[in-house]
Design a protein around this ligand. Structure first.
Ligand code: GLN
Ligand code: ZN
Length: 778
């Protein structure tokens, strides 16, 4: 492949989902962890999955009885848990607490914990909902490469007759995502680098059979404008450390492609073009500025892996418009140096549409969807037409794609003039009065004390409750039986909260399977697949709602349950909703309308619900924005714009609340320090927010910049089964009182209690209420 003129590749993906069409990997992993499957069963399922996925890649498109496929199959995109963890393990980056463990036992210990120590942390992979295991690095540790796992998979692919390409996380991305436990970053880097280069050496031995060893390095950190200087990384030969490393890598005689995705990587592209790598992969969907790099690419000798098929979305590609993108690129970069590629790994899309015909998605909408397997054929078809134009061979597939796009554009399902007009003409975007005036009225009407106690909404989801909901969904439990069961649960929740003495009660959310799905199922514009699972972490998969059309809320979604709960008590019952930004960020969103417009449609639906709730006498309504932070763009330059419409959407949803109706919101899981002013601008009367796990970082912010509205910084961490003592909570409340006055403070746990057991929740909340009493006494 060193001579692009004669033997250049044409098609590529950055990885395929590994969980399996029917989540085979999930099932065997969980059986293995439970001691119900042997290691060899686990390995053999994994081998079958790889073979199956390679076969799909190599035979992506059937036209006129001919099979056409991708130029390579991806090797090492498979993982038992996570690719970052795989690389850490292959480099011997194992925390000391696991040093005596090896093989799969050691591997899973890092991921899931072990009796010899707690698991490594896990966090989100850039702005996706995929979580990677955070490697722990230390100057005290030594690193040693072991490429045997990758080599074995490579040979597996060769033996099956495929041409493999190895997918590997780049050294800089790996390093930047790791946690350095001890030592100067530059010193730790040297150690890791040397193991990484050894790993490449080992992989380069695969050349021996006359193979060309192709490695695609994923460097998404480069879209953050990665600056090697901040780690003190230098090149002994002078110049950029990035150039230095990639030159050392190519010296080993492998064919290197370096790919970035999820945004543009303009600054780093320049450096990469100055190295001896073979190809550069860029995302032309979310990284429009990558077009600015085309001239420089043309001048270089690099092959451009052009990410034009969306690896993160589920919509059928508009191949005509993709073709024109490619042609636009080809005006600058010679066609024979352009590879048609996915924008990122297909890991973020479900496996295949196959089987959905028997599900709930109407066939018209189904024709607009394209999952991982279908995307493979889009890439091959697009490439055929890009090289040869539409031929008799490709004509019918091409026409079919055109039709799907046309039907989507013209359908009344995607264009509801009434909804569009309503969004255009939104008049009410703010509450009637300012916070100061509102809170005075609310305090008067609601009469809650300082340091008022409440919870975030959900109570333990027991197996009986899950069985009740499932049975009802399947039609095995009658509506009246279901209603009775839910009501009984609500009664129990109310009684318990009264007994323990909480000030503001919740109904416990027993009717909700998931905080987004529950609302999506009741709104127009959403569909739910049967099997469109996407890996979230390890064996855990999620099935996000699909927003295909204009969104509206035809009728009240929560009023009956909340008013029922209120009827059981003379205390205040808090209504519970999910906010528009969170519904958006946790769904697959249509790509034929701006996210802003979709978010505002959802916001209006939530506004309608708030209005119904307050008219039904509900006085406090919480609008959860658990995923507000997740939507933040990767590049600083885009943040303002996201904040503008996300903020606007939240405010549109709550503007209908009368002065006397108190709006709460809740956020979890993230660092809020830099965005506290944005959160304040949401103008919720009360926010409950996580602080415990972030080591009280937020308290420092409250102290330095202040916070205007009422706030309930979680006083204990619900993510662990531990029961916090009264003393501990007293100490936490006292710490809060150092930075915020008691009139502004609410006392609550840091998130919903659905994942906990009653045995944990009851004493914890009892201690929380007790702690407040202690503090009040002084
Ligand atoms: N109200 C939801 C609950 O209590 C909030 C969940 C969340 O913040 N993730 O479960
Ligand atoms: Zn939460």
């Amino acid at each position: 492949m060193s001579n692009p003129q004669t033997n250049f590749p044409r098609t590529n993906i950055l990885g395929f989902p590994r969980i399996g069409q029917n989540r085979e990997l999930k099932k065997v992993l969980e059986a293995y962890w439970a001691g119900k499957a042997s290691e060899s069963e686990l390995q053999s399922t994994a081998k079958d999955l790889r073979a199956k996925h390679w076969k799909l890649q190599a035979g992506a498109l059937q036209i006129n009885g001919n099979t056409k496929g991708l130029d390579f199959v991806c090797v090492n995109d498979f993982s038992f848990y996570d690719n970052v963890l795989d690389l850490a393990y292959a480099l011997g980056a194992k925390p000391k607490r696991f040093e005596n463990l090896d093989g799969l036992e050691g591997y899973f210990a890092l991921a899931r914990g072990h009796k010899s120590g707690v698991a490594c942390e896990m966090t989100k992979w850039f702005n996706t909902n995929y979580h990677y295991v955070v490697p722990e690095l230390s100057i005290d540790d030594s690193y040693r490469a072991d490429a045997s796992g990758i080599i074995a998979q490579y040979k597996e692919a060769l033996a099956l007759g495929y041409k493999p390409k190895i997918n590997l996380i780049g050294l800089f991305t790996f390093f930047a995502l790791s946690k350095i436990q001890k030592g100067e970053p530059a010193e730790v880097f040297k150690k890791v680098k040397s193991a990484y280069l050894d790993l490449i050496d080992e992989l380069a031995t695969l050349k021996s059979g006359g193979n060309e060893v192709i490695i695609e390095f994923s460097e998404p950190i480069f879209v953050r404008g990665f600056d090697a200087g901040i780690f003190g990384l230098e090149c002994s030969k002078g110049g950029s450390a990035i150039k230095c490393i990639y030159d050392s890598i190519t010296e080993k005689g492998i064919t290197a492609i370096v790919s970035t995705f999820f945004e543009h990587s303009k600054e780093l592209t320049e450096i990469l073009l100055d190295t001896k790598i073979y190809g550069i992969g860029l995302d032309f969907l979310t990284g429009a500025k990558n077009f600015d790099s085309l001239e420089a690419i043309a001048k270089s000798d690099k092959v451009l892996f052009a990410g034009v098929i969306d690896g993160r979305n589920i919509w059928v590609a508009n191949l005509e418009s993709k073709l024109s993108t490619l042609e636009q690129i080809a005006k600058i970069v010679p066609k024979e140096r352009i590879v048609v590629s996915s924008s990122c790994s297909l890991l973020h899309t479900p496996f295949s549409k196959e089987g959905e015909e028997s599900g709930k998605i109407p066939s018209e909408i189904l024709s607009w969807l394209s999952f991982a397997r279908e995307k493979l054929s889009e890439i091959v078809l697009l490439n055929e037409v890009f090289r040869n134009g539409v031929t008799s061979e490709t004509k019918s597939a091409w026409e079919q794609n055109k039709e799907a796009n046309l039907s989507r554009a013209k359908s009344t399902k995607t264009n509801n003039p009434k909804i569009r007009e309503r969004v255009e003409k939104i008049a009410k975007k703010e509450r009637d009065s300012e916070f100061k005036k509102r809170i005075a009225i609310q305090r008067e009407v609601l009469g809650y004390p300082d340091l008022a106690t409440t919870t975030i909404g959900s109570f333990p989801q027991t197996p009986e409750l899950r069985a009740l909901r499932l049975g009802y969904k399947k039609g095995e439990i009658s509506p009246s039986e279901y209603e009775k069961g839910i009501k009984e649960y609500i009664i129990d929740c109310v009684r318990f909260q009264e007994e323990v003495g909480l000030d503001v009660l919740v109904h416990g959310e027993p009717e909700r399977n998931d905080m987004v799905e529950y609302f999506g199922e009741q709104m127009e514009g959403f569909v739910f697949s049967k099997n469109a699972w996407v890996q979230s972490y390890g064996s855990r998969c999620v099935k996000p709602p699909i927003i295909y059309g204009d969104v509206a809320r035809p009728k009240a979604m929560t009023v009956e349950w909340i008013t029922y709960a209120q009827s059981l008590t003379s205390k205040i019952m808090k209504g519970m909703l999910t906010g528009p930004v969170t519904i958006l960020n946790w769904s697959f969103v249509r790509d034929d309308l701006s996210r802003e417009a979709v978010c505002k449609q959802i916001a209006l639906g939530i506004a309608d619900e708030i209005n119904d709730l307050q008219n039904a006498g509900v006085k406090i309504i919480q609008v959860d924005e658990a995923a507000f932070k997740e939507g933040y763009p990767l590049r600083a330059e885009n943040i303002k714009e996201y904040e503008r419409w996300a903020l606007e959407s939240f405010k549109i949803s709550t503007a209908v609340a009368k002065d006397a109706t108190q709006i709460h919101t809740h956020m979890c899981y993230s660092e809020f320090n830099d965005i506290i002013k944005t959160i304040e601008a949401l103008d919720a009367d009360v926010i409950s927010i996580e602080t415990a796990r972030s080591g009280n970082e937020l308290l420092k912010v409250f102290k330095s910049v202040g916070y205007a509205n009422e706030v309930g910084p979680g006083v204990y961490d619900i993510h662990s089964p531990r029961i916090p003592s009264v003393e501990e909570i007293v100490a936490q409340i006292k710490a809060l009182l150092e930075v915020l006055p008691k009139e502004q403070l609410w006392i609550n746990p840091d998130c919903g209690l659905k994942t906990r057991k009653w045995e944990e929740v009851k004493p914890s909340l009892k201690n929380m209420v007790e702690a407040v009493k202690v503090v009040r006494k002084g």
